[in-house]
Design a protein around this ligand. Structure first.
Ligand code: TEU
Ligand code: CA
Length: 539
């Protein structure tokens, strides 16, 4: 397979509302991002996945788009967006737009016209008559039926997320043409590609209760390639919640001409009771993490390409999830960074991950912003579920955890906004110690571990292309090798807060990166400190 720029790149996800406010209204914006490009350049990333910045009533914080070719006024103007694209491109950083086209906002003119009975736009969405009540028992991901009744029309429409996010009818060629036009509009502005929100849902057949991975999904993606992507050097990353190593090549085999890579979520579900809901908590188990991640390293055919990520705007903070924020925040953050960034795939860093930002505990419904958490809370209260249990679930898994503003400095409001302004969402009080300014001043900070990992990926083809092999060790040791063209590296982590002894039949030739200030040579008798992690060249 000929190599592509995005296979050797590291991406950084920005959640614009929470990144940097520039005009003193407490809401992050485009000019704020432009102002922080030098910070991202210093980190060394190649591309920014920008969560949605399109016009939106913000029922789901921008994932409900009312105009795909206009910027949300809170975030700035189209000129600001063009400036951001140009400034980023000039620094060698590509801007990746978040294309949310499984559904629109109910405020989108298409939907308004559809509701008004315009025959052309009616077929842009999925309407069914109400003759026998609800068309079927499909539920939406945010709770309740996926069918919303419109009394004036005596019809239901279909929505897999909030009722303010009606699903587009992809079977209608006119809808697909609109999407190709939107994509071309943004490509002409110089963006480097798209992250495709819940793209596996577009092939749905609601009447047969087929939702993910529907029969027309891949034909639509191939049409997208033909109509928009062919001959263009752009990246497409599909958000594919149910993808497995066996189905991934269907999206990413270059011969099939669909997408560049996928986001898989199997490692994100390890704290959930399988086949129930994300709120049904289960204890984390390191051996399951090793199994899942290793499966993606070894079972993916050479024709397929995967992304690597620990967090995003829908997930809790990784340090609070798999790390140890109370006793070993720095060591465990670096361990997680090294473990993931030494794997094969394209890494995505979520804003603040490189600083060791953590979850923020809440205990009052007024502290919630995320529609998914609010709906869950409301439903469970109605079911008389104990509040302690509800809050435990929300504090462990709620999406607001990742959406607290970026912690830039120890100044008031963490430098996210100006002193006398109230940020749109409260800042985690730990900003006084966990912040970018502090990280940049400390050469041993988490930030510089990420910086080094990014640099190593650019210098070492072994990290990009090497074969992966999991070593058989005690449960809480996560150790694997990468081998490429006769060279082999060992990556070894003590995934626990206690000391672990370990014997590996190797001698290290060179120490590459560590989270304790040590060098490694003879590996037959090792005593690893809490979260101690090292990468060495074996031969
Ligand atoms: O998320 C897809 C998705 O399936 C989420 O509902 C996910 O299951 C949940 O957030 C996990 O807690 C994408 C976006 O990333 C998300 O922000 C949007 O709300 C959603 O699509 C609808 O556009
Ligand atoms: Ca602002």
């Amino acid at each position: 397979m000929t190599s592509k720029w995005w296979q050797q790149s590291v991406f950084y996800q920005i959640y614009p509302r929470s990144f940097q406010d520039s005009n003193h209204d407490g809401i992050g914006d485009l000019n704020g991002i432009t102002a922080r490009l030098p910070y991202l350049k210093e980190l060394g990333i190649d591309a920014i996945w920008l969560s949605p910045v399109f016009a939106s009533p913000n029922v789901d914080n921008g994932y409900d788009v009312s105009d795909y070719c206009a910027i949300m006024p809170e975030f700035g103007t189209m000129e600001d967006m063009e400036e951001l694209i140009t400034a980023a491109n000039n620094m060698g950083i590509k801007i990746i737009m978040d294309l949310v086209v499984n559904h629109t906002s109910s405020e989108h003119p298409w939907f308004k016209k559809a509701l008004a009975g315009d025959p052309h736009y009616k077929d842009y969405y999925i309407f069914r008559s109400d003759k026998k009540g609800l068309p079927n028992d499909l539920n939406s991901f945010f709770g309740g039926s996926a069918w919303e009744y419109v009394p004036e029309r005596k019809e239901y429409y279909f929505h897999l997320f909030a009722k303010e996010q009606p699903d587009l009818n992809w079977e209608n060629p006119a809808v697909r043409k609109e999407v190709w036009q939107i994509m071309n509009f943004w490509l002409q502005k110089g963006v480097g590609g798209f992250r495709l929100d819940v793209i596996e849902l577009i092939g749905k057949i609601p009447d047969q209760k087929i939702i993910g991975d529907g029969p027309l999904l891949h034909p639509y993606l191939q049409e997208m390639y033909r109509e928009v992507l062919a001959e263009k050097d752009v990246v497409t990353i599909g958000e594919t919640g149910s993808v497995t190593p066996l189905t991934a090549p269907l999206y990413t085999d270059p011969n099939r001409k669909e997408l560049s890579m996928v986001f898989q979520f199997q490692h994100m579900a390890l704290d959930e009771v399988p086949q129930t809901s994300k709120w049904n908590l289960k204890k984390l188990d390191v051996s399951e993490l090793k199994t899942v991640l290793s499966r993606w390293q070894t079972q993916l055919p050479a024709t397929a390409w995967n992304s690597l990520f620990w967090s995003n705007h829908d997930q809790p903070r990784i340090l609070s999830r798999w790390g140890n924020p109370d006793c070993y925040p720095v060591e465990s953050s670096k361990m997680l960074a090294i473990l993931l960034h030494m794997m094969k795939g394209t890494p995505f860093i979520y804003q603040g991950e490189e600083l060791g930002m953590t979850n923020q505990e809440v205990s009052d419904i007024k502290q919630l912003d995320d529609i998914e958490s609010i709906n869950y809370y409301t439903k469970e209260r109605a079911n008389n579920t104990k509040t302690a249990k509800i809050w435990q679930a929300i504090n462990t898994k709620g999406r607001d955890n990742a959406r607290t503003p970026m912690q830039w400095s120890a100044a008031q409001h963490a430098g996210f906004t100006t002193a006398n302004v109230t940020p749109w969402y409260p800042i985690n009080p730990n900003y006084t110690t966990i912040n970018a300014a502090a990280c940049l001043q400390d050469k041993n900070s988490i930030f510089y571990t990420y910086q080094k990992l990014i640099r190593l990926r650019k210098e070492q083809p072994l990290i990009v292309w090497g074969d992966y092999h999991l070593l058989n060790t005690a449960e809480t040791i996560f150790a694997y090798t990468r081998s490429y063209q006769g060279e082999t590296w060992l990556i070894c982590a003590n995934f626990s807060a206690s000391e672990q002894t370990l014997s590996l039949p190797y001698t290290a030739k060179q120490t590459i990166i560590t989270n304790y200030p040590s060098t490694y040579c003879k590996l037959e008798q090792l005593t690893l400190r809490p979260y101690e992690t090292f990468v060495v060249k074996l031969h």
